[in-house]
Design a protein around this ligand. Structure first.
Ligand SMILES: [Zn+2]
Length: 355
């Protein structure tokens, strides 16, 4: 009995709104393991909490990889008045926030062992700061804090919040215009949606030319940590990493360097700063798209890495397929539903030889 197929928008909304900060992806992994269990022949949770699901088929083992984690901030301390002071989750070489990843004025969600607590990312307003503060052109980490609407440290601690807890920006996922979808964690839950929709379609078929698996990895944003052990738990022959694709179709971006555009299909990426992907495999994906009238784009990225790099280091032939995404690493990451569906079409066509 084939499992019911998911609607693209509903699936993206559900997956992106789950809390999955780097290093605490449990809610996402619980959800995805249950969903994949609805159509997969087998679902595994590894020791570090990657999720692996066997869709079916015979032949070379192909793993389609998406990552569960999303950007977050880390609670560093709680003030006596109940405010949370925060710092970065990443290796911070600058010592202060970067210009392009600003959570201020967004709803916040603190993730604890027992659940989540809502708040807001705040800073003192222009009306109340000193002339010296107003003249400041860069942010310091201590300029930002989380207001939970709670007025004592003891009450905050009673909710299970402590230094080390992770904080997310927490907008609702919504449609924008006819085709776009905007919100947080499109990186990489849209990839999770693509993997899921592909798995649902492939599970109904008997003509797979690979043994197909799906993988949901932990801590990609923190240096591809989860992907590093996939091959210890599952010997794979090839992998397709799915992630956000950079576009040059907004003001302020040099389209000569970023030719990718929204609505023009998946972007097959030949290299980024982490690795050069398998050349023949990448071209095979492009040929598959063209032969099946699926729109496709090609690109080289810099200042970008993916789980595919870790898979190649572990001996797995790997390609990177991306979906065009505007405003990456922001609370308004934006994708085009048509590109998401074209990614699914491309993966299904590749696995079934265009059938
Ligand atoms: Zn990503």
């Amino acid at each position: 009995m084939p499992a019911k197929r998911s609607s693209t928008f509903d699936l993206i909304k559900t997956l992106t709104e789950l809390p999955g900060p780097v290093g605490f992806e449990t809610a996402v992994q619980d959800h995805i393991a249950a969903h994949w269990g609805g159509f997969a022949q087998e679902v595994r949770r590894t020791r570090v909490d990657n999720v692996l699901a066997k869709v079916g088929g015979k032949g070379e083992r192909l793993v389609i990889v998406a990552h569960a984690d999303e950007l977050c901030w880390i609670v560093r301390s709680i003030s006596d008045e109940g405010f949370l002071h925060i710092g970065p989750f990443y290796r911070d070489l600058v010592g202060r926030p970067t210009k392009n990843t600003i959570p201020l004025n967004q709803p916040a969600l603190v993730v604890t062992s027992t659940g989540t607590v809502e708040g807001i990312f705040a800073t003192a307003s222009g009306h109340v700061v000193s002339p010296t503060q107003r003249a400041q052109t860069t942010w310091e980490w201590t300029d930002w804090f989380i207001d939970l609407g709670i007025t004592s440290k003891a009450e905050v601690e009673a909710l299970g919040i402590h230094p080390g807890c992770k904080v997310l920006w927490n907008p609702e996922t919504r449609r924008l215009g006819a085709n776009l979808i905007t919100g947080k964690a499109m990186d990489d839950r849209v990839a999770m949606a693509i993997a899921t929709l592909t798995g649902e379609r492939l599970a109904e078929r008997s003509d797979l030319r690979f043994e197909v698996w799906l993988a949901s990895t932990i801590q990609e944003e923190n240096g591809l940590i989860g992907a590093a052990s996939i091959t210890d738990d599952l010997r794979a022959d090839r992998s397709i990493a799915l992630d956000v694709g950079l576009t040059g179709d907004v003001p302020g971006v040099d389209a000569r360097m970023f030719p990718g555009r929204m609505g023009e299909g998946p972007i097959v990426v030949y290299n980024d700063f982490s690795v050069h992907y398998d050349w023949a495999f990448s071209e095979e994906l492009v040929r598959t798209a063209r032969a099946n009238d699926i729109p496709v784009q090609e690109a080289a990225f810099a200042n970008y890495g993916s789980d595919g790099s870790e898979m190649i280091k572990r001996g797995v032939k790997s390609a990177l397929v991306t979906y065009p995404t505007r405003y990456t690493h922001s609370p308004i990451e934006t994708v085009d539903e048509r590109d998401v569906e074209a990614c699914v079409d491309l993966l299904v066509a590749y696995v079934t030889n265009g059938g």
